[in-house]
Each structure stands twice: as structure tokens, then as C-alpha cells.
Design a protein around this ligand. Structure first.
Ligand code: SF4
Length: 374
């Protein structure tokens, strides 16, 4: 596949100019965020942006509505808070880790320290600044919760060790070797690529990369697939954030809840240990909420391509399903969905979840749900 576009993934220093102002994306390797860092982001959103913290489908955080001098002030604050350890690597620190790692019985291995070691090693290798912003590493604690996200280089905990997978090729490795091998795979990709952004776009990419690593892969066993919903999981609490947008009061309560929280790729938050006061600010701690699994792109007014204010439309329908009375055949699918539902303002479907989901798409005269009228 020959890419003709330039990789425009936003970062903190390469801010995207959206219809509602600057949009900065802050990478959070492993989704980890201390309470102090969350407070820095909260204050930055209040003072430099529109006040909200958007959770992304790669467990990062976005600030929107930044003024012209906002990005410089933001980068200064993030640098002081340890959220910008390498200016040159800021857009390539794309590292997912199972957010419940080490907190419940499903976790075969605590991968969060590995994510931190991988990030530190990544930031020490200057050649890796050339990675495309889409290139993704994933560390799965064994439960298969990251399977749908189709990362380029995946390590999953298995009985007795770690399974390094690239595409459908895999081999078992030892945990201490994991950061070095994942980065060697990324370096091999850089040596093989022309304009490709992902390993899956390279012809025979996985096999050629394993060859460069001097490893003999076999066909990867089918990975497990797990969906994490709100509620308690061992000593961790998964908290749904409606439409993945943290308000000032919600972020403030979370800063007082635990020394560190974890952002998930499902736009929720994991709080290790006990938590109080979350429901009072509109956060959701049970899986039976209408907000469970519902996501939306920016829509109007933030995105100039949007045909509708999808976030407001989704919120109004979920808050009062009777508004949909007289709707089309797609309405029942939206209201009765037990899995993920994603609302999009146009066919690009930004931020859509991995795996299967109910597709709510804005069109000129309303919405289509998997192709049928809402
Ligand atoms: S899906 Fe379309 S409307 Fe929504 S943020 Fe992306 S480009 Fe904008």
C-alpha cells in the first residue's frame, strides 16, 4: 500500500488546528498518569483550552480549544510535570498496556513496569524518532483486552513467559528481553519501510522483521479477546467517562482518589484501590449504564468536516430515549446495544473502537445506524 499523505498525528508540539482552536495530544505510555500529572493537565485545560480532557482510543489525553500561545505554555507545563520526557520522541511514544495489569486474577504478569521500561528505552534511541505516529506497541497482561487494537508489535503474557507477536507470526521470549526486542522490531520496520506507516502495510512484513531479529517465528495462536466494562475487577475499579470527555469536576475528583490512575483505550479510567465521590460528578462505576461502550468523534463545532453535533445528539438521546419516538429501524440497535456504539460526524469515523461496534453515522438528513435510519 503506497501512502501519499503525510502522517499528521497531532502531538503537543505539532498541534492540529481544529475548528475550535488548537488540539494537542499528550502521549501517556501504558495510560499511566499520577494524580499530580492529572492535575497539571486539568489546570492546563481550564486555563489554556476549553476545560475538558478528552480520552482517546489509544489511552492518551487531548486538550482542545487552545489559543495561539497555548501550545508553548502547555509544553512548558508538561515538561515540568514529566509528561514530555523527550521532545524528539513525543509523537512516537505509542505504548498500550492492559489497564488492569497487576490488579486482578486475570493478569498473568504485571506489564506496566515493562511499558515504562519500553518508553525509557524508546526515548533513548534517536533513530526511533522516525517512526510514524501511527506505529503502535502493545503489552497485554494475558487477558487479551488489547487484541482488537491491532498493534504493530505485541507482547502478551502466557504461561511461563511472553509471546512476541507481529501480525500472525509469534515466538516465545523472556520478559527481560522484551523492551529490547520490541524496539529492535521497530528499527527493523524503519529499515524496510518506504512510505508505510504500519507493519501490516509491508509485504511479508512480520516474517522479514523476525528474520532481522534472528528469531524463528511460528504461526501465532489465536489470541484471547476480552472486553472490560465498568465496575470492580479485583482491586481495580473501571470507571466509565461519558463520551470519554472528563469535565473539570470529574478530573478534580480523580486527582483526590488515588496516587495514580490509568487511562484505558476504551475511554474509561482505572482507579487502583477504593474510590469515593465519583458518581456525584457524573462518572459511572457500574456496567449497566446507558453510557457504557458509547463513544463519539469530536463532531461539530470542533471539526469542520462534521455534519452534526454528534456528542450533543448522542447525549440527548441517551438521557431521554423517548426523544427517538417514531425513529427508524436503527433506533432499537442504538438503544439496545450490549457492545460498543460509536457516533461519527462523517465517514472518516475518527476514534472508532477496535473490533465490532454499532456504527452511528451522521449523513445530510439525519443518522444511519449500520446503514439503516436512526
Ligand atoms: S469523523 Fe469526521 S466529523 Fe468526526 S472528527 Fe473525524 S473528520 Fe471530524
Amino acid at each position: 500500500m503506497a501512502r501519499t499523505e503525510v502522517d499528521r498525528c497531532p502531538g503537543v508540539l505539532s498541534v492540529h488546528q481544529a475548528a475550535d482552536g488548537g488540539l494537542a495530544r499528550v502521549r501517556l505510555p501504558g495510560g499511566r498518569l499520577t494524580a499530580e500529572q492529572l492535575d497539571v493537565l486539568r489546570l492546563a485545560a481550564a486555563e489554556l483550552g476549553d476545560g475538558r480532557l478528552e480520552l482517546t482510543s489509544r489511552a492518551n489525553i487531548q486538550l482542545r480549544g487552545l489559543s495561539a500561545d497555548g501550545p508553548q505554555k502547555l509544553s512548558d507545563r508538561l515538561f515540568s510535570a514529566g509528561l514530555l520526557p523527550s521532545i524528539a520522541h513525543e509523537r512516537v511514544r505509542n505504548i498500550l498496556a492492559s489497564p488492569l495489569s497487576g490488579l486482578d486474577e486475570q493478569s498473568l504478569y504485571d506489564v506496566l513496569p515493562v511499558a515504562t521500561a519500553l518508553d525509557e528505552a524508546l526515548c533513548s534511541r534517536s533513530a526511533l524518532t522516525e517512526l510514524p505516529g501511527r506505529f503502535l506497541f502493545a503489552l497485554d497482561d494475558g487477558r487479551g483486552d488489547l487484541t482488537d487494537l491491532h498493534a504493530d508489535v505485541v507482547v502478551r503474557a502466557v504461561d511461563g513467559g511472553a509471546l512476541l507477536s507481529i501480525g500472525d507470526a509469534a515466538t516465545q521470549v523472556d520478559w527481560p528481553a522484551v523492551p529490547g526486542l520490541m524496539l529492535a522490531a521497530a528499527e527493523a520496520f524503519l529499515g524496510l519501510r518506504d512510505r508505510e506507516w504500519r507493519i501490516a502495510e509491508l509485504t511479508d512484513g512480520p516474517l522479514r522483521i523476525f528474520q532481522q531479529l534472528n528469531l524463528q517465528p511460528t504461526e501465532a495462536p489465536p489470541p484471547p479477546s476480552a472486553r472490560i466494562t465498568a465496575g470492580r475487577h479485583g482491586s481495580g475499579l473501571v470507571v466509565t467517562v461519558p463520551l470519554g470527555s472528563l469535565t473539570q469536576p470529574q478530573a478534580s475528583v480523580l486527582t483526590q482518589t488515588a496516587p495514580e490512575i490509568r487511562i484505558t483505550p476504551w475511554r474509561s479510567v482505572v482507579v487502583p484501590g477504593k474510590a469515593r465521590g465519583l458518581e456525584e460528578v457524573g462518572l459511572i462505576t457500574t456496567p449497566d449504564s446507558v453510557w457504557e461502550g458509547v463513544t463519539a468523534c469530536a463532531g461539530r463545532p470542533g471539526c469542520a468536516k462534521a455534519l452534526a453535533d454528534v456528542r450533543t445528539d448522542a447525549a440527548l438521546l441517551l438521557a431521554d430515549p423517548a426523544r427517538g419516538a417514531g425513529g427508524g429501524p436503527g433506533l432499537a440497535r442504538v438503544l439496545g446495544a450490549s457492545g460498543r456504539v460509536h457516533w461519527s460526524g462523517c465517514e472518516r469515523r475518527c476514534g472508532k473502537p477496535g473490533g465490532e461496534f454499532v456504527d452511528v453515522l451522521s449523513v445530510r438528513d439525519g443518522y444511519l445506524v449500520d446503514g439503516e435510519r436512526l
